[in-house]
Design a protein around this ligand. Structure first.
Ligand SMILES: [Fe+2]
Ligand SMILES: [Fe+2]
Length: 242
């Protein structure tokens, strides 16, 4: 009998590439790309958000010949070179997901946004008070809305979500509770539940927990490189078979 090949998705985040680090990820990416069918990099690709750092990342991926899908993280915004970074990545056949337009490969659809902070559950920031607070609140709402638009376009068997910020509290536990508000937002959880995503990958919480779930039971993986490296230095990425 002809057994259908399983699809393997590798995910990592927070690699924070910068100039002295050139070369250190090349071997790791080669290994990942030999094991997986898709590689997801969930934000903080660069340390200071510079175009040169994106070019180093492209070089690190020289031996990788599978589709690479990314979302940007807060660090990728630091240097004011976001457009240049996206251009470098896209010119080198990487997908940079920013909501609204998902990427589809057969049975699998990928929807992604950076996301934003704002806190979780009962401690989520609310729309109240100063204009600045309201703008901060709406940034989270807008990111969730973009994700919703992307998920609404997917009719695929598998719907995979990439984020930088976490949609649930569970995978940031391990970080100081004082900074939970800055590690993600429950706003992001709503479209994931509503559109019954298959699974979610995020980063940003370098010291959180690898596996959690949304309130409807959808698996959420924190794939921050430093967290995974701490747990298993020989396997600092998550590999899932569908
Ligand atoms: Fe990071
Ligand atoms: Fe981050």
């Amino acid at each position: 009998m002809n057994k259908k090949k399983r699809i393997r998705i590798a995910a990592i985040a927070d690699i924070h590439i910068h100039e002295p680090l050139g070369g250190i990820y090349r071997k790791l990416f080669k290994k990942i790309c030999e094991e997986a069918d898709y590689l997801l990099i969930c934000g903080d690709l660069t340390q200071r958000g510079l175009e040169i750092e994106a070019k180093i990342l492209v070089h690190e991926l020289t031996d990788c010949h599978i589709p690479v899908l990314t979302v940007l993280g807060n660090h990728d915004y630091e240097g004011g070179e976001v457009e240049e970074i996206k251009q470098v990545l896209r010119k080198n056949k990487m997908y940079v997901l920013e909501g609204e337009d998902p990427v589809i490969f057969g049975d699998i659809g990928f929807a992604g946004v950076k996301g934003f902070c704002g806190g979780f559950e009962d401690y989520m920031l609310t729309l109240w008070g100063e204009e600045m607070i309201k703008r901060f609140y709406y940034e989270g709402v807008n990111e969730a809305q973009k994700l919703e638009t992307a998920l609404a376009k997917l009719q695929t068997k598998y719907k995979i979500v990439l984020l930088h910020y976490s949609p649930v509290k569970e995978t940031v536990v391990g970080e100081s509770p004082e900074i939970f508000t800055y590690l993600g937002s429950s706003q992001l959880e709503r479209p994931i539940n509503n559109y019954q995503a298959t699974m979610v990958f995020h980063g940003h919480a370098h010291g959180g927990k690898v596996l959690g779930k949304t309130s409807t039971g959808i698996p959420v993986y924190n794939v921050s490189h430093s967290l995974l490296e701490h747990l298993n230095p020989n396997h600092p990425y998550v590999l899932i078979e569908l």
